[in-house]
Design a protein. Sequence first.
Length: 134
Amino acid sequence: MWLPAALLLLILPGCFSIYGPRTVGGPEWGSLTVQCHYDPGYETYNKWWCRGEGWKSCEILVKTTGSEQEVKKDDVSIKDNHENCTFTVTMKNLWRFEADIYWCGIERVGTDLGVQVAVIIYPEFCSATSSLCY
Ligand SMILES: *[C@@H]1O[C@H](CO)[C@@H](O)[C@H](O)[C@H]1NC(C)=O
């Protein structure tokens, strides 16, 4: 079966309306922040941060309530900013097993919007000059 490219793009999640960094990294026991940007119009929708490579099977760690109120759970927090259409996820106390594929997403009727973000955790004492690291 032949599908026009435009139709194919519509079926894939995460193609439009939400943008995030492909990769973010942070040091073990440190923290990292991820900023995901969305198109105007989605300000009051719930934004979420999900862990796991599978779009359907990932685990939502934190979700906003559609407001700019920060939501925290354990060492993860999420805060939406309606003015610049950006929400920020912060992960603290990173440890190595948190390195994974995550998603920035927007909850909506039908299929949610989402974009994949790879989280990398590098060793605590790593620096560009350290030979202990790699
Ligand atoms: C959006 O605004 C917030 C709050 O002023 C700021 O922390 C964040 O860095 C801004 N993000 C962008 C992409 O401008």
